[in-house]
Design a protein around this ligand. Structure first.
Ligand SMILES: [Zn+2]
Length: 79
C-alpha cells in the first residue's frame, strides 16, 4: 500500500449544510442543558456538550473563531 492518508471523514456544516472534510471544519463545543421543566423535586437537569461543525466561511460569519478564543481564555483563567 502506498502511503495514502485514506478517506477523510466528511461532516456537514451545521449552518449551510455544506459537506467538507472534518480537518477543514471549525468545531465548536457548546454546552446544552436538558431540563424536564416540571418545577418539582423531580426536576432533572443535566448538562451535555454538543459539538457542532461549521465550514470556515460560516465559522467566520457566525463568530465561531471569537467564541472559541473566548472559551479558551476562560478555560485558561479559571484553571
Ligand atoms: Zn457553512
Amino acid at each position: 500500500m502506498a502511503g495514502s492518508r485514506g478517506r477523510e471523514h466528511l461532516i456537514n456544516c451545521s449552518s449551510c449544510g455544506r459537506r467538507l472534510p472534518r480537518g477543514k471544519a471549525v468545531s465548536y463545543e457548546r454546552r446544552v442543558v436538558f431540563s424536564t421543566d416540571t418545577r418539582t423535586a423531580d426536576d432533572v437537569k443535566y448538562f451535555d456538550t454538543h459539538t457542532e461543525h461549521y465550514c470556515p466561511s460560516c465559522g467566520k460569519s457566525k463568530g465561531i473563531y471569537e467564541k472559541k478564543k473566548r472559551q479558551a481564555m476562560r478555560k485558561y483563567n479559571t484553571g
